[in-house]
Write a protein that binds this ligand. Structure first.
Ligand code: SF4
Length: 344
């Protein structure tokens, strides 16, 4: 069961209501549901189905993936239903395509914010919204952040970054870290893959970086679009433009959902993609699976020594000393011990 609760992020316009959460900016007549299928107008207000969560479980920060943010941090992870994108390769389509795909039948009991924050505090962990699209749960994010931030509990998103600038401005102060997908390098490819424009995603990344949120980027290697050298090269250049220390995660494609007839990304292809990232000037390029421990390791860009090793399930061994290489003293970008914004 999914409950609908009053939403924020809308305004009166031309005698109607316009949602201001994502760049689709849907104009809603009474009874209309937005393109995301998880926000709808009822009378003079907008309701959202994203206060509930389809999961509530612990996983490590490395599995989101974040490799330069609080290594080993356990994250109590939530997944409100819905997504503003409709990618044919989505591994979480049963949750993300709620309202759009008749096969997506989920139960999402209301999130008990107080209980969730207390559970994170008790375990010394953080809170994450992942698997579906957290930006559609901006109201829940703000409430979690309002309660978690004073206690020094980190709050992170694994997101598609498809928000309006005004929504970014409101959520940035409660977010400690985000991992955002850049799935294509040009508008046509991005629209084909996701059903949405690319420019707002890139703008969100710039805004969150400027706001001081810790940013990592992921790119899934999708056959026919992002797996091509030209796309990868341009995506890598964009990530480098955020800063050469921005971690870039290359995600292996596996056949699923509406792309079951495609082949998984080969290890060789992932290794090529990593080389493209490094050639663009990125200092930290990762492949979680398919290249073994080397793909997950952080090497010092100064002397090349391995400074952080990671296992498949997020077990992390760090040799860093005060965030720097123990061999040559080169600072390794990241938030390694505490959230420097909350100091806890
Ligand atoms: S969040 Fe949903 S309702 Fe709002 S503009 Fe985006 S697609 Fe439309």
């Amino acid at each position: 069961m999914v409950a609908w609760v009053p939403a924020d992020f809308y305004r009166a316009v031309d005698g109607g209501l316009q949602c201001t959460l994502c760049p689709f900016r849907c104009r809603l007549r009474d009874g209309d549901t937005g393109a995301c299928k998880v926000r709808r107008r009822e009378g003079d207000r907008v309701l959202t189905a994203t206060w509930g969560t389809t999961v509530e479980h612990w996983s490590s920060v490395e599995r989101k993936p974040f490799y330069h943010f609080r290594p080993g941090l356990p994250l109590l992870t939530l997944a409100p239903p819905g997504c503003s994108f409709r990618c044919d390769y989505c591994v979480n389509h049963r949750v993300s395509q709620y309202g759009r795909d008749p096969d997506s039948r989920v139960s999402a009991p209301d999130a008990d914010v107080e209980k969730l924050v207390a559970a994170a505090a008790e375990r010394g962990g953080g809170l994450a919204l992942s698997y579906s699209e957290p930006s559609l749960a901006a109201e829940l994010t703000l409430e979690l952040g309002a309660r978690a931030r004073p206690l020094g509990i980190p709050l992170v998103w694994k997101s598609n970054g498809f928000l309006t600038p005004e929504a970014v401005e409101r959520v940035a102060p409660v977010l400690d870290a985000v991992n955002i997908d850049v799935k294509a390098a040009d508008e046509d490819a991005h629209r084909r893959l996701t059903g949405a424009p690319l420019a707002p995603v890139l703008e969100t990344l710039r805004l969150l970086t400027a706001a001081g949120v810790w940013v990592e980027v992921s790119t899934p290697l999708i056959p026919g679009t992002s797996a091509e050298d030209r796309q990868l090269g341009r995506i890598a250049e964009f990530v480098a433009s955020l800063g050469p220390d921005t971690p870039w995660h290359l995600l292996r494609f596996t056949p699923t959902y509406r792309m079951r007839d495609q082949r998984p990304t080969s290890p060789e292809r992932l290794a090529d993609a990593a080389r493209i990232g490094r050639a663009a000037g990125l200092r930290y390029v990762y492949v979680e699976r398919a290249l073994g421990a080397e793909g997950r390791a952080t090497r010092c860009p100064g002397c090349g020594v391995e400074v952080v090793a990671r296992g498949v399930w997020g077990q992390t061994e760090s040799l860093l000393r005060d965030g720097s290489c123990p061999g040559c003293g080169e600072p390794i970008a990241g938030i390694w011990t505490v959230d420097e914004r909350t100091g806890a």
